[in-house]
Design a protein around this ligand. Structure first.
Ligand code: BES
Ligand code: ZN
Length: 636
């Protein structure tokens, strides 16, 4: 055996052991094929493509259909406490057990018709949590579980008043995607299982609760809030936030919730949301979710945004004052179609959510802001994709990724997003935009409120677009996009004229032809700055950095994306004048996409690591559990 085959064998073994430990029923004894050459057919021999390897639940036998929550929010103890009533149907009439997912939950009792039921909480798996198996008598079709969460729940962040903008009141928010709903509700935490839900949330009187459900902007602030989500949604879209929240309308169906201090700025920044909603409906079919509101969270929110239905959760770091970062809103809005209406069946199929959404995002940006903006964003997206392709292992470049034995949190990359979007753009280019839009309309309609696998998408594509345009599309090429690493040769190449001038300026400056003060950047927009910075050579001299900084005040850029790019350059070139801002940045923002590359870069040198350790130690108490998990390896 050579080294490579030993490594592969070990890898296969470790993935297999994860798989055997975690799955509740059929496990396979056939070794996994992990090489990049693994074709879909080979994989199918070892993998059940419609099985959710990240849930213990048994929806194939007993399927939960409705959830009724009654929870008290206890800020002093940092726990949610109360009951979850689960209604279910027997898919298998002979089934005697309901199996749910949990993580760090204390289960006090399980009852049906007033009587206690037997239940068992299994041993805890490191990232899947613990199966809760409930014995269900024949005549029972709902169970009431009394439970409470742990203060360390992976899907909940509890903020002290000092960690909020207003400093007066505590704050709480949940983040369930991918497999964290189970840390605050015992349920079938699989995107294949959709439930309608109702909730009663009890909070301190002076606070307001909002959920991914009906929210009445005029509700009385009395500490008891009722919600209803009448459309069936997967567990990862259940969300709750509680704080000193206020509301401002932006349009007829759109508005924003946030702490008072940033409410006006947020409403101004995102004032195009209503137009985005109208334009998206016009192009891709009716919006199914009644209102579309935004909730602006404290800066510790670990993502840019989260598409919780009717109420997207949004990082405040995109409030730039000039709408330069509002593609994020287009993105979360687009998920109302791709993701929330048509959902991935397993986390392997995440690209169906994120790839379609990223494609729609570009289209929305083009409809609202025009071609130039669209082209710049497409080029930047393509560059992000290339960076990942250059750094990720071949298997991690596959859109329909094999995640068995892996924590979805550890596998976050641009592949499902930008590669997915590029694939759809290629389809669009080949069949023409009108035809492709017709296809998308039909797709969203056909699979509305369903959770589908990559294979279901493929067979739908075969019966529709591929059949109608067999002269322009080939199944083989489509499979190459979905099941093979990298980007197929001949893929669309986004281009932007607005970036040519930036390339020219960067070159002239790098070759010493001009000083920074001669760069004609007065009319540059944020995207041009990002393109300017992101394409600098790896090494710059201190004099070059000082020249740029003194001319453009990059260290004090108020734009969090520009600041990010600049700080990364500063770390990689040890440009000390930026380090005080770097420390402030790392200790005031918890959005993982912005802080993780900085921690990673700092961890490359002993001096950098000391700085990272200092910032991390200071920030940790205010970071979200996911941000802590993603970065602590860099400071150990
Ligand atoms: N649904 C995602 C966030 C997510 C993905 C959370 C997977 C957990 C697991 C959200 O819609 C998203 O993609 N956010 C991006 C937005 C960006 C691509 C515009 C983010 O947070 O950076
Ligand atoms: Zn997304």
């Amino acid at each position: 055996m050579n080294i490579k085959s030993i490594v592969l064998a070990l890898l296969a073994l470790s993935m297999l052991s994860g798989c055997t430990e975690n799955s509740t029923s059929s496990t396979t004894a056939t070794p996994l094929v992990t090489q990049s050459s693994a074709s879909n057919d080979t994989l199918k021999n070892t993998m059940q493509v419609d099985k959710d390897y990240h849930s213990f639940a048994n929806p194939e036998a007993v399927r939960v259909t409705h959830l009724n929550l009654d929870l008290t929010v206890d800020f002093a103890e940092k726990v949610l406490k109360g009951t979850a009533l689960l209604e279910f149907e027997r898919v298998d009439a002979t089934a005697t057990q309901l199996i749910l997912d949990t993580r760090d939950l204390t289960i006090e009792s399980v009852k049906a018709k007033g009587k206690a039921l037997d239940f068992e909480l299994a041993d805890t798996d490191s990232f899947l949590g613990a199966a809760l198996t409930i014995e269900i008598p024949n005549n029972v079709n709902k169970v009431e579980i009394s439970y409470q969460t742990s203060p360390e729940a992976s899907g909940v962040q509890w903020l002290t008043p000092e960690q909020t903008a207003g400093k007066q009141h505590p704050f709480l928010f949940t983040q369930a995607q991918a497999i964290h709903a189970r840390s605050f509700i015992p349920l079938q935490d699989s995107p294949q299982v959709r439930v309608t839900y109702k909730a009663t949330i009890r909070t301190p009187k002076e606070l307001l609760a909002v959920m991914s459900a009906s929210n009445d902007p005029d509700t009385e602030r009395d500490g008891v809030y009722e919600f209803s989500m009448p459309q069936p949604i997967p567990a990862y879209l259940i969300a709750l936030a509680v704080g000193d929240l206020h509301f401002k309308a932006m349009g007829e169906r759109t508005g924003v919730y946030s702490e008072q201090g940033i409410l006006d700025a947020a409403a101004a920044e995102f004032s195009d949301t209503e137009s985005m909603l109208i334009a998206t409906e016009k192009a891709f079919g009716p919006y199914s979710w009644d209102r579309y509101d935004l909730l602006i969270l404290p800066p510790s929110f670990p993502f840019g945004g989260m598409e919780n239905p009717r109420l997207s959760f949004i990082t405040p770091t995109v409030i730039a004052g000039d709408k330069s970062l509002v593609a994020l809103i287009a993105h979360e809005l687009a998920h109302s179609w791709s993701g929330n209406t048509v959902t991935n069946a397993t986390w392997r199929d995440l690209w169906l959510n994120e790839g379609f959404t990223t494609y729609l995002t570009y289209r929305i940006m083009q409809m609202i802001y025009g071609d130039e903006r669209f082209e710049m964003e497409a080029v930047l997206g393509r560059q992000d994709l290339q960076a990942d392709i250059d750094s990720l292992a071949a298997n991690d470049q596959i859109m329909a990724i094999d995640l068995r034995g892996r924590d979805p949190d550890d596998v976050f990359s641009n592949i499902p997003y930008e590669k997915g979007a590029l694939f759809l753009r290629e389809l669009e280019h080949k069949v023409g935009r009108d035809n492709f839009d017709q296809f998308l309309l039909g797709y969203f309609d056909n699979f509305a409120f369903k959770s589908i696998t990559t294979d279901q998408f493929l067979s739908y594509l075969e019966q529709t677009l591929l059949k109608e345009h067999s002269d322009k599309l080939s199944k083989q090429r489509i499979e190459q996009w979905i099941f093979e690493p990298g980007v197929p040769e001949g893929a669309p190449v986004p281009e932007s004229d607005a970036f040519s001038v930036v390339d020219q300026a960067r070159n002239d400056w790098l070759t010493g032809k001009i000083q920074a003060d001669k760069i004609d950047s007065e009319k540059w927009v944020v995207h041009q700055w990002l393109y300017f910075l992101n394409n600098m050579p790896e090494t710059l001299t201190q004099a070059q950095l000082a020249d740029l900084d003194s001319e453009f005040s990059l260290t004090s850029s108020p734009n969090n994306e520009i600041a990010h790019s600049w700080l990364l350059i500063s770390v990689n070139n040890w440009y000390q004048p930026a380090f005080s801002r770097l420390h402030d940045y790392l200790t005031s923002i918890g959005r993982n996409k912005l802080v993780k590359p900085l921690y990673k870069a700092l961890s490359q040198t002993p001096e950098g690591k000391v700085m990272a350790q200092k910032a991390f130690a200071e920030a940790k108490a205010g970071y979200h559990p996911l941000t802590v998990k993603a970065n602590q390896g860099f400071v150990e």
